[in-house]
Ligand binder design. Structure first.
Ligand SMILES: NC(=O)c1ccc[n+]([C@@H]2O[C@H](COP(=O)([O-])OP(=O)(O)OC[C@H]3O[C@@H](n4cnc5c(N)ncnc54)[C@H](OP(=O)(O)O)[C@@H]3O)[C@@H](O)[C@H]2O)c1
Length: 241
């Protein structure tokens, strides 16, 4: 049953990367908080299955097939969302990781990683920002990584991924600066190892210290009660164990 005590209750939120992992847990948590969740990803079957589960649990969900690196897909995502309501919240969880030695990093891998992990966040945030500015309120959460923070331990083979995450942290700060006068907050979360398919494929030996639910819980806190004075902050998340 949706919990109507949340700020999210009765509002509409867009979540990217909602077909699995952190995005899925976030979409489910947002729906449980009483918001209509508009969910984006590329895998139709997986996305519809998650949306179906949310509806069965009494929540409201609309799946939209979209590749966040494609401007036309992002336009369509926000057009569909706009028919449902005004996007009060946006969570950018879509992301990819290709582990390949630096010298062997092709232009294609570089462009795909930056295109999804950074340009995708830019396109979605820009679309949401316009609607939020008109409404005078909005709450954005992006997801970077400990890999995007200076002086944390880095893993080999992640040049493109790491750079994309440094970019997301900077982009979030820039959005917070321009959002402040319009009542728009923007926070970035930078988790360590989270138990998802991405981690299992990239680094099967790494023991995850976080579950997707841990990250989703923090996102709900940030959406429910954002600290305006701290908007723009990047929050590193180490182990919950
Ligand atoms: N797992 C970790 O340890 C960890 C740590 C730090 C940060 N992160 C970050 O957390 C975010 C979520 O990762 P995760 O661990 O949950 O990974 P995941 O399980 O692989 O899920 C990634 C999600 O992104 C979606 N996605 C990928 N490319 C997309 C595109 N072009 N357009 C739309 N959706 C796309 C995928 O759906 P489709 O394939 O259906 O499109 C999927 O829903 C990512 O930004 C990741 O970098 C993860």
């Amino acid at each position: 049953m949706p919990d109507t005590l949340h700020w999210l209750a009765g509002r509409m939120a867009v979540v990217t990367g909602a077909s699995r992992g952190i995005g899925r847990a976030t979409a489910e948590a947002i729906a449980k908080s009483g918001a209509h969740v508009v969910m984006a990803a590329r895998d139709r079957e997986a996305l519809e299955a998650v949306a179906g589960g949310i509806r069965e649990a009494g929540g409201a969900a609309t799946p939209v097939l979209a590749d966040v690196s494609r401007a036309e897909d992002v336009d369509r995502l926000f057009t569909v969302a706009g028919r449902i309501g005004r996007p009060a919240a946006l969570v950018c969880a879509a992301g990819v990781l290709s582990r390949v030695p630096f010298e062997e990093t092709t232009r294609r891998t570089w462009d795909e990683t930056l295109g999804i992990n950074l340009t995708g966040v830019f396109l979605c945030c820009r679309a949401a920002f316009a609607a939020m500015r008109r409404a005078g309120e909005g709450r954005i959460v992006t997801i970077a990584s400990l890999s995007g923070i200076y002086a944390t331990e880095k893993f080999a083979g992640l040049a493109a991924y790491n750079v994309s995450k440094y970019g997301v942290i900077g982009l979030t700060e820039a959005i917070a600066v321009e959002g402040r006068e319009h009542g728009i907050s923007a926070f970035c979360i930078s988790p360590g190892a989270v138990d998802t398919e991405m981690l299992r494929r990239a680094n099967p030996d790494l023991r995850p210290g976080l579950t997707p639910g841990d990250v989703a819980d923090l996102i709900i806190e940030l959406l429910d009660k954002p600290w305006a004075a701290a908007s723009g902050a990047n929050i590193p998340l180490f182990s919950n164990a």
